[in-house]
Design a protein around this ligand. Structure first.
Ligand code: FE2
Ligand code: FE2
Length: 181
């Protein structure tokens, strides 16, 4: 589940870098830094999978294609579109990681610490994007774009995790009823 999201992020940043090399070369180092982080996240999740009996994500192709397409389109649309995309995706991912952390707290401390460290870096990505957008006039197009990308990310996360998420929600409810969460 999580590795698929990281994989999607890798595709977004890779596509953006490919376009930015031609159109916005000054943005390449920052995007490259984020790409390196995402590659690292993806590897960490992969490494954590076998011992927990997780299987690769069933909608991997969708993440891959969606990520590339999103990266390509936003990079062609301009600098602000790139940062809007980063902000929307990272924010959505961040909320998702928060839910997982809450769930894992007393259940899997190993995975909990992996996700905590990754969340720090996702937060740095989000802050970087917000700072880059700071001062740019608010436009309706940008607000709409941000909501749209957040929605797409949410749908993809939902598609990848519906089985696990339902289990997680049920376990949390049960724990709450027992007074342990
Ligand atoms: Fe990531
Ligand atoms: Fe990220």
């Amino acid at each position: 589940m999580n590795h698929a999201g990281e994989y999607g992020a890798i595709r977004i940043y890779s596509a953006q870098i490919a376009v930015a090399r031609r159109l916005w070369p000054d943005m390449v180092p920052a995007l490259q830094q984020m790409l390196d982080d995402e590659i690292d996240h993806c590897a960490k999740f992969y490494a954590a999978m076998p011992e927990r009996g997780s299987r690769p994500c069933r909608v991997m192709q969708l993440w891959s294609l969606g990520g590339s397409l999103l990266g390509l389109l936003t990079a062609m649309a301009g600098r602000r579109a790139i940062w809007t995309c980063t902000a929307a995706v990272e924010e959505t991912v961040h909320q998702h990681l928060d839910e997982q952390l809450h769930f894992l707290e007393n259940r899997d401390t190993g995975l909990h610490s992996i996700i905590s460290s990754i969340r720090e870096e996702e937060l740095a990505h989000l802050e970087h994007a917000e700072t880059a957008l700071d001062g740019a006039p608010h436009s309706r197009v940008r607000t709409a774009l941000r909501s749209l990308i957040a929605l797409i990310t949410d749908i993809l996360i939902w598609l990848s995790t519906w089985g696990d998420s339902t289990r997680m929600t049920r376990a949390l409810k049960a724990a709450r009823a027992n007074g342990t969460a």
